[in-house]
Design a protein around this ligand. Structure first.
Ligand code: C2E
Ligand code: MG
Ligand code: MG
Ligand code: MG
Length: 282
């Protein structure tokens, strides 16, 4: 590691950048291998319907099983994957895997819906609406069981292109969620101009609801606004029973967070859901 010696700031920063670039090349190589060798899996985090007191569906979250480093969370590789262009291939794999899981749930008579995360880089060409249609057909799933989570970032580019993509996806019957709501520009005009079904309130607001009355008011206002626009709301990052109660009192439709369950592998999902359903009903 470069040392910050003799106040030589420039040398320090140069060395740091070089080190990062090297690590980055390594990471990119590892990721190319990971794609070829299918080292990824989806974890599923249950989402509760607060009016019906039971799990309504889940969000699929990617994990990388690195041969030496073990389980790597997405924040540590998605940015690299986005910049290297690998995101398109990985994104198609996520879509296919999620549709396969939905088909399994459907066959088991389980009514859950499933959302996947879509990076702004995938829109419009990395994940063309035809690819979404093809995955739905391939697995024979009901399109309204599938949701695509996008972030406000996609609305910062060419709005016409983004809007056309969103409309084409909506026409398939697939749901569109706006993820991390409140952290970006959160312009209310987006909500009118784009065919969104659901807002996901970022966990930073949910987590400070008890400590900060301003955050409590903000979440309450987002829920009220969304309801009047006929949008559904998911509160992310619910970590306590108190938060869950507050959200239910506000009329928030759905909640997701560690208080209910962490994201779990597919094999554990049914049992985890059964446990939460018992807890919520009781
Ligand atoms: P996100 O879409 O906002 O997903 C929610 C993140 O919050 C997940 O982190 C989840 O594990 C975490 N979380 C859920 N409940 C709680 C809670 O109560 N407390 C706290 N502290 N955290 C909670 P994860 O799985 O590490 O994913 C991070 C981000 O990586 C995601 O944020 C999403 O932006 C991205 N990501 C994950 N999977 C994919 C994917 O398949 N494709 C793309 N493009 N991005 C993905
Ligand atoms: Mg998400
Ligand atoms: Mg989010
Ligand atoms: Mg996020």
């Amino acid at each position: 590691k470069a040392k910050l010696a003799g106040g030589n700031q420039a040398a320090f920063f140069d060395a740091t950048l070089a080190e990062t670039a090297e690590q980055r090349r390594h990471l990119e190589n590892d990721l190319r291998q990971a794609v070829a060798q299918r080292q990824f899996s989806l974890y599923y985090q249950p989402i509760a319907d607060l009016a019906r007191h039971r799990i309504a569906g889940a969000e699929a979250l990617i994990r990388w099983h690195h041969p030496e480093r073990g389980l790597v969370p997405p924040d540590q590789f998605i940015p690299v994957v986005e910049q290297s262009g690998l995101i398109n291939e990985i994104g198609l794999w996520v879509l296919d895997s999620a549709c396969r899981q939905l088909a399994e749930w459907q066959a088991a008579g389980c009514p859950h819906y499933l959302s996947i995360n879509v990076s702004g880089r995938q829109i419009p060409d990395g994940l063309p609406p035809q690819a979404v249609a093809a995955a739905i057909a391939r697995h024979g799933i009901a399109p309204e069981r599938l949701a695509l989570e996008i972030t406000e970032g996609i609305l910062l580019g060419d709005i016409g292109v983004a809007r056309a993509w969103l409309l084409a996806v909506q026409q398939l019957g697939v749901r569109l969620y706006l993820d991390d709501f409140g952290t970006g520009y959160s312009s209310l005009s987006y909500l009118k101009r784009f065919p969104l079904d659901t807002l996901k309130i970022d966990r930073s607001f949910v987590q400070d609801m008890q400590a900060e009355s301003s955050d409590h008011s903000l979440v309450e206002a987002i829920v009220a606004m969304a309801r009047s626009l006929r949008l559904r709301v998911v509160a992310e990052g619910v970590e306590s029973a108190a938060q869950l109660q507050m959200l239910e009192a506000m009329g928030c439709h759905y909640a997701q967070g560690y208080h209910l369950s962490r994201p779990v592998p597919a094999a554990d999902f049914a049992e985890v859901v059964a446990g939460i359903d018992r807890r919520l009903a009781g």
